[in-house]
Design a protein around this ligand. Sequence first.
Ligand code: FAD
Ligand code: SF4
Length: 468
Amino acid sequence: MYDVSTRRKGCFMSDSEVMNYRVKMRELALSRRTVSFDEVARGYNENEALREAARCLRCKHAPCVSGCPVKIDIPAFIKEINHGNTREAYKIITEANLLPAICGRVCPQEVQCEAKCVRGIKGEPLAIGHLERFVCDNYYQEPENILPTKGRVAVIGSGPAGLTCSGMLSRFGYEVHVYEALHELGGVLVYGIPEFRLPKRVVSAEIDKLRKMGVIFYINTVVGKTITLEELLSTFNAVFIGTGAGLPKFMGIPGENLNGVLSANEFLTRINLMKANQKGYDTPLKALREVIVVGGGNVAMDAARAAHRLGAQVTVLYRRSFEEMPARREEVHHALEEGIKILFLVNPVTLTGEDYFVKRVNCVQMKLSAPDESGRRRTYPIDGTEFTLPADTVIMALGNYPNPLLAAATPDLLMTSGGCIVINDRLMTSKKGVFAGGDAVTGAATVIMAMAAGKAAAYEIDNYITKT
Ligand code: FAD
Ligand code: SF4
């Protein structure tokens, strides 16, 4: 067990005051961040993890668990860290969460489990995500390969929804086949989130575990083109659709079709999957000097920080204020620290260029209305506040619509007007035996929400197959 008194060395706080503050995670030096895509958050070492775990009050009612979409027994795993038993902590985490090393890095814990932590009332909440990451980075257990005797299920898409659904079904004793359109598995975890936040080795290690459990993967297979949903239904007992939301939104303003204007998805995919930032690959990015990123979410921060690492001066334009920014606070903090400029209450109105290449972003200052019944504040341009910023690249990070391909090829799959797949309370679509979850159903959301949907669908699929 960790002795609290060791924390007091060199400071004048009482034991109880010290316990109000979380143990900070070490970070990659700023000087390295301009030249490399190495992971910024470096993880806890054993001593740091023990110190942080010692802050847990082991609350009987455990409000933190109610904030976790996959219901990890948080106090139980933290207690095991406290006793130096990483193996047991790993077991507790993986009972509920099949991709924990990923969640420990990218989950918005600050609005989920950590937002409910009792420690947060007087001080800083437990760093639950950091501790989850510590366990999964420091312990590995070969997964069990369970003989598939209960039936066969096809999973479309290998993002967090599809991966979680396939892992759970494999645990339940099903033969699972995953079909992925791209040449790499992992969905947004590999093509969207950059290496400096989520190293690809972490994603491939989690996928390898699923392979060892018996899950079979097919890449370069677009369901709806290479193979149809009907064909899958004719050979599998059930199908899960986890095709995500990868169709980028644009503003629809004049000049958006100029060369040098691209979606954040394209920009990040070129770097993450096609290695456009490295010499010797076929899809290079042109040299970036003055980059404008439009948006205020994680995607905008990722695009801005990636462009910064490629040597550009980066300015982010967000039409609302700092308080409304949907990006994780940690990401905004890192972006500002790395030298990225964020202009709040600013919106682009037109893009202008020369010789078909973008050169300028014409902007206007915005103001916010009072909150409406839902709490949302509308934005209005302020007359006479127009100004222009130079740019050789403009990256639109405005969100994504669900991927439309499968739906277009499957007319009897019921969709909302926004392109999301409609499901019933058993998570089944309008087609019998076809279930769906993740961003394809909710629209762009989070990794853990997609995982929770994949997990819930696995239970429903099991129920459906065993009862029909
Ligand atoms: P996806 O991850 O989109 O996976 C869907 C998969 O289905 C893709 O691999 C796609 O190629 C495949 N597919 C699509 N159509 C077909 C077809 N017809 N046939 C076969 N395969 C198909 N969330 C967080 O919680 N924290 C973050 O920090 C965070 N950062 C983000 C940063 C970026 C740049 C982006 C884009 C998103 C971020 N998100 C973050 C959101 C999160 O990644 C998504 O909510 C999550 O990945 C959704 O999971 P999914 O499994 O539903 O879909
Ligand atoms: Fe520990 Fe916070 Fe959960 Fe209480 S709410 S058990 S202090 S992590």
